[in-house]
Write a protein of this length. Structure first.
Length: 433
């Protein structure tokens, strides 16, 4: 099938590339000329495991193209995916101007029947707005249908998530569009849920919000465990074996970050408010999430008595492992707060240092975890990269000024760490001296 993808950001690039890999002819369009030029020279704008290989392969066999020419891409395609950004406005609502612009451009360029698919995370009823925009600017009076087909891609495993999804959600009121989308997704062996557009839009928000609330729930339990002297890891295990609960997304830590959960939860709170519902549960989840970062800084202060003038080694900057993304990452808030309080920061991340350099200043960026540990009064674990789970702790011990690890992701077994002679503070578990 012939597909155009408007927006070559995270979602658009993965979606377009994977559809090309499934045998479709895909054109990815972006207004960012530099990004498109780079992609046409096989330079990836983001780090995502497995994506680069698929981009090279599908460009080579001419199933995947990158361009800034939206008009031609629309004319040549039957299905157009809107994958443009929906960044948060000051009040937390999603900014839909890019979606609106894309809809208008599609309407002006289309000269035959098109299926217009919203893939970006958008407030409920955006499908109606997209259809209205297209109707208003539909120069050639062409038939079209709007579909909501939300993405559930996790950064770091986006290609795998695309190819092996738990489910595919297709929201449309049109039988013709339904059949086209069904055929498009037929190579993937996954259940397809067909709904109306609004329900599909809400499925996306409800899923992300539920997961965010699940993380905040276990973080609240972690706080209770600390007060009671219990172990949140064992509690999560005990809860997670109940099939109705499940163990995933019950990892206590310094909370959720990234460009989806914090922003989408905030947007869903605003959407609910506008519809007339006060989403107290989700508001509490967001509050608990913010508190986790603050209480981590408090833990550091308590352990060091005062962070002023201390050297703190930071392991991990990305909001989670296997990505170079630091948007809304806990590392940013935590480091900025520690700097404000007078700490000296040394940091290491396997992939995210280039992006971090643009935001986090006055940091000594290090070449290895051992460099970051050198002369540190405390070593923080902020992101659970596999590399940090396999550190040579003897080497770390001889590098640091004081053998103190404060682990925001519970990556170590407290007893093992104790054997290596470290003091160890983690989340929802007893401190080890
Ligand atoms: C998320 C959704 O999972 C995906 O379906 C959606 O389309 C986009 O948003 P992503 O933001 O890439 O994906 O990461 P995810 O793996 O879901 O983790 C989100 C955040 O939650 C990370 O900061 C992670 O560290 C945190 N997290 C996750 C926890 O703190 N504990 C957990 O148990 C799981």
């Amino acid at each position: 099938m012939k597909i155009a993808v408007a927006g070559a950001g995270y979602v658009g690039l993965v979606t377009g590339t994977c559809f090309a890999e499934l045998g479709n002819d895909v054109t990815c369009v972006d207004i960012d000329e530099e990004k498109i030029a780079k992609l046409n020279n096989n330079i990836m704008p983001i780090y995502e495991p497995g994506l680069e290989e698929l981009v090279f392969k599908n460009r080579k066999n001419k199933r995947l193209k990158f361009t800034t020419d939206l008009k031609s891409a629309i004319k040549d395609s039957e299905i157009i995916f809107i994958c443009v950004g929906t960044p948060p406005k000051e009040n937390g609502e999603a900014d839909l101007s890019y979606v609106e612009n894309a809809a208008r451009a599609i309407a002006e360029a289309m000269d035959s029947y098109k299926v217009v698919v919203e893939k970006s995370t958008v407030p409920v009823k955006t499908g109606d707005k997209v259809a209205e925009s297209i109707r208003n600017y539909n120069r050639h009076k062409c038939d079209f249908d709007v579909v909501s087909n939300p993405e559930f891609l996790r950064e770091g495993s986006a290609v795998h998530d695309f190819m092996s999804p738990d489910r595919i959600v297709i929201g449309t009121e049109s039988e013709k569009a339904r059949q086209i989308m069904k055929e498009l997704y037929s190579p993937l062996k996954a259940p397809i849920i067909f709904t109306d557009i609004k329900s599909a839009e809400i499925i996306k928000h409800a899923s992300n919000s539920f997961l965010a609330a699940k993380i905040s729930f276990i973080n609240a339990i972690a706080n209770i465990c600390e007060l009671a002297g219990a172990d949140v890891e064992r509690v999560a295990e005990g809860m997670g074996l109940d099939k109705r609960i499940g163990r995933s997304f019950l990892n206590a830590g310094i909370g959720y970050g990234g460009f989806c959960f914090p922003k989408d939860a905030e947007a869903f709170i605003r959407i609910s408010e506008k519809l007339g519902y006060d989403f107290k549960l989700l508001k509490a989840a967001q509050e608990i999430n913010k508190d986790q970062r603050k209480s981590f800084v408090k833990k550091i202060n308590k352990a060091l008595l005062d962070v002023k003038g201390r050297t703190i080694g930071v392991l991990g900057l990305s909001f989670k492992p296997n990505t170079d993304d630091i948007r809304f990452a806990p590392s940013v808030d935590i480091i900025m707060e520690l700097q404000k309080e007078g700490a000296k920061i040394k940091a290491y991340d396997p992939k995210a240092m280039d992006k971090a350099r643009q935001i986090l200043k006055n940091i000594e960026y290090c070449n290895s975890p051992y460099d970051a540990a050198k002369n540190a009064d405390a070593l923080l674990i902020i992101t659970e990269w596999d590399e940090f789970k396999q550190l040579d702790l003897k080497r770390i011990k001889s590098a640091v000024k004081r053998p103190l690890i404060i682990d925001g992701r519970n990556i170590y077994n407290p007893d093992d760490i104790k054997k290596h002679g470290f003091s160890y503070i983690s989340i929802g578990r007893k401190d080890v001296d």
